[in-house]
Design a binder for this molecule. Structure first.
Ligand SMILES: Nc1ncnc2c1ncn2[C@@H]1O[C@H](COP(=O)(O)OP(=O)(O)OP(=O)(O)O)[C@@H](O)[C@H]1O
Ligand SMILES: [Mg+2]
Length: 358
């Protein structure tokens, strides 16, 4: 368990700025997940924490001690990568104990720690197998076991489950959640998977272009995104964005008119903005229902029936597609005209710069 602090952390490769000043406060025992588009700097940031990448400027501290120039092996950190990179000629037991043997830890202690990790990860029956005799999920557990035996203060995971099939991913996701509960260690975890981020994280860090866009609990980011980028990034299917214009309704309240959808107007709970100001209205797919006070007049273009729920892709005329999520979609037909009803109180409003208006 350890606190981890990043203060104005930057990374440049020559004139290319890849990490542009990241401040982050990670509390002891917290499970923090980094998300963001490919190339936004997630792995680079993780590698700088691990000491595998030099920090160009800023301060990295663990439990108050500056770590920028401390050797990776002395930071109390263990990292698990997407590729497990197990030694093919060694057994599971030898793979898991390798780093300890290398560090000169006594044989009995290695045995003890490997046994302890094997128990946590249910690898006992597999200790004498070679990696090629294991499934993908079992190999991934060995890679995690190799990190556990080192008794790190902080675990770093870089997309550890992305090579696994869907079922194994779910299984391993639950294993990792359990591991965090058992070990109570600080974890920093990178993923592209929405469900992993939402379910595992105490705190999600949304990155874009080498900077942090927003930090918060999964539901804070989902319900209360600070800007258009976070609103669009968190949630699957994505939030719908409709172009609107702010107006005064005559009785001092602000409404938004949505020209692309038949000039429908909805009340918006924002500080009276300049009339005529362009805004974006965000509505999540699941916020459409059959009873809301506002409605979009749409024609269904395509349907995806997932069994328990249906995603309807609908539009007005040749306009943008709107995604509607419903539990009662089995009777819908493509080509059918529907009133997609919603409660305007659920709609989020963003200004022309993508910042949230409240
Ligand atoms: N050694 C390097 N030299 C120059 N640029 C690099 C180097 N390593 C990474 N970059 C650049 O830094 C940026 C961040 O890369 P990084 O691997 O951290 O992204 P990421 O968020 O992990 O992406 P992904 O989701 O695809 O794994 C990218 O634009 C990448 O091209
Ligand atoms: Mg990466």
């Amino acid at each position: 368990m350890s606190d981890l602090q990043l203060s104005d952390i930057r990374k440049s490769y020559g004139s290319l700025d890849v990490i542009k000043g990241v401040d982050l406060d990670i509390k002891s025992g917290e499970f923090v997940v980094f998300v963001g588009p490919s190339g936004c700097g997630k792995s680079t940031l993780l590698r700088m924490i691990a000491g595998l990448e030099e920090i160009t400027s800023g301060d990295l501290t663990i439990d108050g001690a500056r770590m920028n120039d401390v050797d990776p092996s002395k930071r109390g950190i263990a990292m698990v990568f997407q590729s497990y990179a197990l030694y093919p000629h060694m057994t599971v037991r030898e793979n898991m104990g390798f780093a300890l043997r290398f560090a000169g830890v006594a044989k009995a202690e290695i045995e003890r720690r490997v046994g302890e990790a094997a128990k946590i990860l249910e690898l006992d029956p597999l200790l004498d197998r070679k990696p090629k005799q294991l499934s993908g999920g079992q190999r991934q557990r060995v890679a995690i076991g190799r990190a556990i035996v080192r008794h790190p203060k902080i675990f770093l995971f870089d997309e550890p489950l992305s090579n696994l099939d869907a079922e194994l991913r779910v299984h391993m996701r639950i294993e990792i959640a359990r591991l965090h509960k058992t070990l109570a260690t600080t974890i920093v975890y990178v993923t592209h998977d929405q469900v992993e981020a939402m379910t595992l994280a105490d705190k999600i860090v949304v990155m874009r272009g080498g900077a942090v866009e927003q930090v918060g609990s999964p539901l804070e980011l989902y319900d209360d995104p600070a800007n258009l980028f976070v609103a669009g990034f968190i949630g699957s299917p994505k939030m719908n964005f409709l172009k609107g214009v702010l107006e005064a309704d005559g009785s001092g309240r602000t409404i938004a008119r949505i020209p692309d959808f038949g000039d429908v107007t909805i009340p918006v709970a924002v500080e009276a903005g300049a009339a005529g100001a362009p805004v974006t209205i965000g509505i999540r797919p699941e916020h459409f229902n059959e009873t809301g006070p506002a409605a979009l007049d749409l024609t269904i273009d395509m349907l995806e029936h997932l069994g328990g729920e249906t995603f309807a892709y609908a539009r007005q005329g040749q306009g943008d597609l709107v995604v509607i999520e419903t539990k009662n979609g089995r009777g819908l037909k493509s080509g059918e005209r529907i009133a997609a009803r919603f409660d305007p109180a659920c709609a989020l409003v963003f200004d022309a710069n993508g910042q949230r208006l409240r």
